[in-house]
Design a protein around this ligand. Sequence first.
Ligand code: PLP
Length: 368
Amino acid sequence: MYDATRVTRAGVPEAVQGEAFLQGPVFASAFHAAGDPSAVPYTYARFNNPTWNQFEQALSELEGGEAVVFPSGMAAVASIFGTLLRPGDTLVLPSDSYYTSRVIAQGYLAEMGVRVQLASTRGNAQLAHLEGAKLLWLESPSNPGLEVCDIRMLAEAAHAQGVLVAVDNTTPTMLGQKPLELGADFSVASATKALTGHSDLVLGYVAAKDSTLLSKVRAWRTQQGAIPGPMEVWMAHRSLGTLALRLERQCNNALAIAHFLSRRPEVLEVRYPGLPEDPAHSIAVRQMSYYGPVVSFTLASREQAEKFLANCKLVYEATSFGGLHTSAERRARWSGDIISEGFIRFSAGCEDIRDLLADLEQALATLS
Ligand SMILES: *Cc1c(COP(=O)(O)O)cnc(C)c1O
């Protein structure tokens, strides 16, 4: 089956007369479990929950590896760092990765004696730092710069030196890019963004082909206790069924917007891996099936960016991305990313492209 079909059925049980298509959330802390606990699938809800299992089954089918769900993307990221890295180990991290991943690495991990080696996503620059490393962390396309690296090539080079590879796959989702098929050991993502796409929950997950590696991640969740609520997990599963529908519309809108912006004199630079002239396109076209909902572009100044956002009528000024409502923000209002003051991270939603382009047109016109 094709992905657009598979998302509608992923993790959904076989049809049973008189039962719902997808079982509702199971709210429990303890389950009936008399006698030998190893003979009972559910005992205590920090260990396991049927609503997680349904969703993890869905993620497994789509990722091509076993999955463990976490209460946020960061909890998922931290579980890989926490299970693999020990004092003296080296982590190779993108210098342009999601800011909080760098905060954990350069703060907590470095303080505990992990060597953190930063290199940019662009140009596969992390390749030069693999010697003696324990874990290669990739993020492609990177958030918010939308740089792309060659996942297959980097994973092969890393494995040749005994280095494990994790890919933060948040921006494209597993429908846009499949890290495990490209050779990574771990695919990790925030499900808060495009994967669930309704801006109504925070969630994350880790998937891996090797069940020994993944069982360590699962034990980490059980023992550290960062577990997701069943309601959020069920909502995520419900949203997953429309992922292909949403992503197709959002990516078509993103490409049309990127084309539009690239012809506007007010815009200094546009980045979108789906644009044929984008520096990331030649690699992206080989490893991605959707280029994602995010377009990044740069206006001349902080004032221009603020004015543009204030004058958009259809674009929510908000952080996060990937939702069905188009949103954007001037990214430099947060610290941590190496970007200019006029840099805008724009997330294309599911609206009619004619309305979006008209809104952008009138908002840009107020700048000159
Ligand atoms: C949002 C994000 C995260 C963190 O996810 P949360 O669900 O906010 O914890 C990690 N990586 C990337 C690339 C993200 O965009």
